[in-house]
Ligand binder design. Structure first.
Ligand SMILES: [Zn+2]
Length: 198
C-alpha cells in the first residue's frame, strides 16, 4: 500500500490521528537522514505524518507516550529515519582568524596554554614557504612563543607536536532544550553536559 502525502487514505489517517498526545503535550522528534546522520528536530505531528506517508520509519518510541484517536492508538515517535537520502548542505563556519581561535578554544595547539586572543597567533602547520595553504586543515592557534620557536619549519622538523589534527568545523545544531534520552545513541555529541555534582 502506498499512502502518499496527498492520497485519500493518508488524509483519512491524518484526520483520525489529528488529536493529542497523551502524557506529554509537546514532544520533539529527532529526524535522521537515511545515512543515520542528524537532519533536524521536528514536532511530533510532522514526524507521525512522515511515518504514515512512508517517507520515514520509526526507530525509537517515546517511552509510554501514545497518540490516541477515537478508535486506536500508536506509539509516539522519538527518533525517526528518512527512507531516502535528503541532500542538505552542511553549514560551514567561515574561515577567519577569530573562528580558528574559537575552534581551538584559544588554546595553543603546541603547548596547550590558553591565552587571550590578543596574545595568540595563527600558525601554518606546513609553512607557507613550503607550500602550506591558509585553510582550516593547515592553520592552528599558537602562542607567540611556540610560533617563534617553530619558525618556518614543520612540527616534525621543529620537534613539536600538535595536540590535535586541525579540521574543518561544522555548525552543530543545538539540541539542549529538547534532548530526549532515546536520542543519545544516535547523536551522542549533542547530549547536554551532565549536571555538575558539587
Ligand atoms: Zn604555545
Amino acid at each position: 500500500m502506498t499512502a502518499g502525502g496527498g492520497s485519500p487514505a493518508f488524509k483519512r489517517i491524518e484526520r483520525q490521528f489529528n488529536i493529542y498526545a497523551q502524557g506529554e503535550s509537546i514532544v520533539n522528534v529527532l529526524v535522521l537522514n537515511a545515512s543515520y546522520e542528524m537532519l533536524n528536530v521536528t514536532r511530533w505531528q510532522r514526524a507521525v505524518r512522515l511515518v504514515f506517508s512512508g517517507k520515514a520509519e520509526m526507530l525509537e518510541e517515546c517511552g509510554e507516550v501514545r497518540i490516541r484517536s477515537a478508535r486506536s492508538s500508536i506509539p509516539m515517535p522519538s527518533v525517526i529515519r528518512m527512507n531516502y537520502y535528503v541532500n542538505k548542505p552542511r553549514l560551514m563556519v567561515p574561515f577567519s582568524r577569530s573562528n580558528v581561535f574559537l575552534r581551538d578554544r584559544c588554546e595553543c595547539q603546541y603547548c596547550g596554554a590558553v591565552h587571550k586572543t590578543s596574545e595568540l597567533t595563527l600558525d601554518h602547520v606546513t609553512p607557507r614557504a613550503a607550500g602550506g595553504e591558509t585553510c582550516w586543515e593547515n592553520v592552528v592557534t599558537a602562542c607567540r612563543r611556540c610560533n617563534t620557536v617553530k619558525g618556518d619549519r614543520t612540527p616534525e622538523q621543529a620537534g613539536m607536536r600538535l595536540s590535535r589534527k586541525p579540521r574543518i568545523p561544522h555548525v552543530a545544531p543545538s539540541l539542549n532544550h529538547s534532548f530526549r534520552a532515546e536520542w543519545e545513541k544516535y547523536v551522542p555529541y549533542a547530549a547536554p553536559e551532565p549536571a555538575q555534582v558539587s
